[in-house]
Design a protein around this ligand. Structure first.
Ligand code: HXC
Length: 266
């Protein structure tokens, strides 16, 4: 097996487990997929763009696991149903769900259209619920528990001017995470979230592409740099692994101290 992915957990600790990853074709979702595959999990990648998804799947198969790509818009409940039907038909189990699908753009709130609001809240909050419900039902029926992990952002609790759609949706995902962590614990299902700070991904880069914005964002990060996908994905793999079996309802922030960096001089 060609395993060039740096993992912090023992290779094989997720052997033969099955994970569904929305937004798994790129960015943080793909980084998490790489970690899980390197640790031995079979994967189902969901995303809107079939070609990108299949390329990602092919790359992951090189790590020696089975990977299926299922083009899915998580805003469409029927497509989410299909995603889990394919997963169960192919693998007969679902052990992990990662909700990494998201959409975001910068806009003055008074200019945000209803469609714009729906596009973001639909994929981040509604999509997370549709997928979480489907995964939870499968895990409950299987009877051996599971782990669910969602990707959020710290502006969910600090507020985030010009991203009101994403802020509101991510806050909803955190509330959902904490609620289901309690409600589903007796089924053996753990529900957690990771909260990456500014991370150098293709999707996020345009948000700080002009040099002035980039400098402003960097100046807010105490460690003085953007995060890497690998750093975020390794933290995700911990929460999805048996090493975190007593971690439930947690929102793990991986941001170099960014959200704390507010004081008299900053
Ligand atoms: C204003 C916009 C807009 C923009 C879309 N809309 N982009 N309004 N400014 N930049 C509006 C459209 O005008 C339309 O409303 C409605 O939203 C739907 O737009 P569509 O393009 O038709 O929808 P769709 O194809 O579904 O895509 C919408 C999207 C898109 C999901 C929001 O932006 C997208 O595909 N994003 C994926 C990439 C991404 O979001 N990357 C950022 C993730 S990283 P009207 O009224 O005109 O019909 C990230 C990091 C956070 O979020 C950093 C935290 C530290």
């Amino acid at each position: 097996m060609d395993n060039a992915v740096p993992t912090m957990l023992p290779v094989g600790c997720l052997k033969d487990q099955v994970g569904v990853i929305t937004g798994g074709g790129s960015g943080i979702g793909f980084g998490i997929a790489q970690q899980l595959a390197a640790l031995g999990a079979h994967l189902v990648l969901a995303g809107r763009h079939a070609e990108k998804l299949e390329q990602a799947a092919e790359q992951l198969r090189g790590l020696g696991v089975e990977v299926v790509a299922v083009p899915t818009d998580v805003r469409q409940p029927q497509e989410v149903e299909h995603l889990f039907a394919v997963t169960r038909e192919r693998f007969h189990r679902v052990d992990m769900l990662v909700n990494a699908a998201a959409g975001n753009f910068i806009v003055d709130s008074e200019k945000l259209s209803v469609n714009g609001w729906n596009a973001v809240v639909g994929s981040v909050l509604h999509g997370t619920f549709y997928c979480t419900r489907a995964a939870g039902l499968a895990m409950i029926e299987q009877g051996h528990g599971g782990r669910i992990l969602s990707v959020v952002a710290s502006y969910a609790w600090t507020g985030g001017p010009k991203t009101v759609h994403s802020v509101a949706a991510k806050a909803g995902v955190i509330a959902l995470t904490r609620t289901l962590a309690v409600e589903w614990a007796h089924y053996g299902i753990r529900v957690n979230a990771i909260c990456p700070g500014p991370t150098d991904t293709e999707g996020a880069r345009p948000l700080w592409e002009d040099p002035e914005t980039r400098q402003r964002v960097l100046a807010r990060i105490p460690v003085g740099r953007f995060g890497t996908v690998t750093e975020v994905a390794q933290a995700a793999s911990y929460l999805l692994s048996p090493y975190a079996d007593f971690v439930n309802g947690e929102v793990l922030v991986i941001d170099g101290g960014e959200w704390l960096g507010k004081g008299l001089t900053s």
